[in-house]
Ligand binder design. Structure first.
Ligand code: HEC
Length: 111
């Protein structure tokens, strides 16, 4: 094997490994694509009425079943200025993807 080929193989392997590292956090990718527009990259919320995920004993401390239900079907608390849209507004988001994004949120922001 010549040097150029060795280099090529190293590059291909390198990008395969980088690809795995990205795929290791599918929850984060879903969050950034579907949720961060309202919830913010930092989880603090970008619009009035959006809860701050980083707050201690905040919404993320609710039982997972309640949160999954609210993400899947949408939710608007009494007197809240704005509703959480079902599946973040994308009906093609599967329940499995929603479980992943919730696991990501709890891992990153607590609850
Ligand atoms: C269009 C803006 C918007 C998008 C997009 C959005 N949300 Fe929300 N979300 C809200 C608002 C507003 C609330 C607060 C609703 C309330 O308290 O009445 C909320 C509340 C929540 C809550 C707390 C529910 C509770 O019990 O108070 C969770 C968890 C949540 N969103 C997760 C997500 C996830 C996960 C996504 C992406 C798949 C997402 N949201 C996308 C606006 C949005």
């Amino acid at each position: 094997m010549n040097r150029a080929m060795t280099r090529h193989i190293a590059l291909v392997l390198g990008s395969a490994i980088a690809g795995c590292a990205l795929a290791a956090s599918p929850g984060q990718a879903i969050y950034e694509t579907h949720c961060s527009v309202c919830h913010g990259h930092d989880g603090k919320g970008t619009l009035p009425g959006v809860p701050d995920f980083t707050r201690k004993n905040g919404v993320l401390s609710l039982p997972a079943a309640v949160l999954l239900q609210r993400i899947e079907h949408g939710y608007q608390g009494r007197g809240a200025p704005m509703a959480m849209p079902p599946r973040g507004g994308d009906p093609s988001l599967t329940n499995e993807q929603i479980e992943r994004v919730l696991a990501y949120l709890r891992g990153r922001f607590g609850g």
